[in-house]
Design a protein around this ligand. Structure first.
Ligand SMILES: *[C@@H]1O[C@H](CO)[C@@H](O)[C@H](O)[C@H]1NC(C)=O
Ligand SMILES: *[C@@H]1O[C@H](CO)[C@@H](O)[C@H](O)[C@H]1NC(C)=O
Ligand SMILES: *[C@@H]1O[C@H](CO)[C@@H](O)[C@H](O)[C@H]1NC(C)=O
Ligand SMILES: *[C@@H]1O[C@H](CO)[C@@H](O)[C@H](O)[C@H]1NC(C)=O
Ligand SMILES: *[C@@H]1O[C@H](CO)[C@@H](O)[C@H](O)[C@H]1NC(C)=O
Ligand SMILES: *[C@@H]1O[C@H](CO)[C@@H](O)[C@H](O)[C@H]1NC(C)=O
Ligand SMILES: *[C@@H]1O[C@H](CO)[C@@H](O)[C@H](O)[C@H]1NC(C)=O
Ligand SMILES: *[C@@H]1O[C@H](CO)[C@@H](O)[C@H](O)[C@H]1NC(C)=O
Ligand SMILES: *[C@@H]1O[C@H](CO)[C@@H](O)[C@H](O)[C@H]1NC(C)=O
Length: 268
């Protein structure tokens, strides 16, 4: 009777222990795989994945310097104390279109900071033109076709142009501060022709190329993995269903399955 019961239960026991071992072995890797498979979505319709991390993506899902935070339902990346609002992404370039959050819908921010891109993370794409802003100018700037308006934020005024003056008005004491912000050249041309406003030109942002090896991630994703970081080595990591690999998922049989068969034999 006893043996019979065991015998009838045996297939069930086998399956149960098999599943338990399987789950235990693969859980930690599976977690990395699924965590990094999720995009960042701040609610504004933009989805961000590798090399970006932050919000719901752990630090091992991206690269250092590409941390994103959600502010007012928009994804932001903080560089040299300025928040850049991510407006658009192109994963095949790969690139992002960003606008300075402190200049969002205004040309009179609280403080005047120049654009300072970290060139180990990004580079400028072609087709951009700098807009030059000068604050606290005592006179009009010689040799510059510019527009001016007052800023009530700092009891100041701002003069801006799509070109640079023959000599720097800050170093010759005409203005107190200068700020340069790139925009798409098409927006700068439209601004010169009065077809757009300065705020609209700025809010269209500018494109930054990502200084990453995109092929590495594409290969990993193509093999069924999700891209991430080896936090120990600082190198690339491809999180697969069975384990983390240095570049690509290349186990033909899921590794957890392959490993649980011998351990099951030992157990019995
Ligand atoms: C640029 O970003 C890298 C990666 O986060 C960081 O190590 C480096 O300090 C940054 N450089 C500057 C000038 O902020
Ligand atoms: C950017 O990050 C720095 C350092 O973490 C922080 O002091 C600063 O307030 C941040 N800037 C913005 C605009 O969030
Ligand atoms: C994305 O970038 C690629 C490569 O630079 C380009 O060919 C493509 O037109 C871009 N897509 C969009 C929607 O801008
Ligand atoms: C930006 O960097 C990428 C990758 O390093 C390179 O292919 C591209 O030519 C660079 N773009 C510019 C405008 O320098
Ligand atoms: C800016 O303000 C100062 C002081 O009010 C004034 O003297 C100057 O003419 C103004 N500059 C421009 C370009 O409006
Ligand atoms: C200055 O800009 C206006 C339009 O804002 C344009 O009509 C005029 O031709 C420009 N002058 C020069 C010298 O570029
Ligand atoms: C642009 O608009 C401003 C004010 O509306 C006007 O003074 C200026 O002449 C216009 N410039 C061109 C090129 O139409
Ligand atoms: C990180 O790299 C080390 C050394 O190559 C390796 O032993 C480890 O499994 C890797 N971890 C991840 C999560 O990729
Ligand atoms: C991945 O595949 C290559 C070539 O088929 C093989 O040499 C290597 O040992 C495999 N790596 C792992 C971790 O299975």
């Amino acid at each position: 009777m006893h043996t019979l019961l065991l015998q009838s239960l045996f297939p069930l026991l086998l399956i149960t222990s098999f599943l338990l071992i399987n789950v235990e072995l693969s859980l930690s890797q599976y977690e990395q795989h699924t965590n990094c498979n999720e995009d960042i979505n701040c609610g504004g319709g933009i989805s961000l994945s590798y090399p970006f991390w932050g919000v719901n993506r752990a630090n091992y899902c991206g690269l250092p310097g590409f941390e994103v935070k959600c502010v007012d339902n928009a994804p932001m990346i903080n560089m040299s104390n300025i928040n850049y609002r991510i407006l658009k992404t192109n994963s095949s370039a790969p690139s992002v279109t960003v606008a300075r959050q402190d200049y969002w819908q205004t040309i009179c921010p609280q403080t005047y900071e120049n654009t300072n891109i970290n060139f180990s993370l990004f580079n400028y794409t072609s087709g951009l033109t700098n807009l030059n802003f000068y604050y606290g100018c005592s006179t009009s700037i010689p040799g510059l076709n510019s527009s001016s308006q007052s800023c009530d934020t700092n009891n100041d005024n701002v003069t801006y142009a799509t070109r640079s003056p023959p000599s720097d008005p800050v170093s010759n004491g005409i203005c107190t501060t200068g700020v340069s912000i790139p925009v798409f050249t098409t927006a700068a041309v439209a601004l010169e022709a009065n077809r757009t406003t300065i705020e609209e030109a700025l809010d269209g942002g500018f494109e930054l190329g990502l200084q990453i090896d995109n092929g590495q991630c594409n290969t990993c994703v193509g093999s069924g993995g999700t891209c991430g970081l080896n936090t120990t080595t600082g190198g690339f990591s491809c999180f697969c269903l069975d384990q983390a690999y240095a570049s690509v998922c290349n186990a033909t049989v899921p590794g957890a399955l392959g490993m649980s068969v011998p351990s099951l034999v030992i157990l019995l």
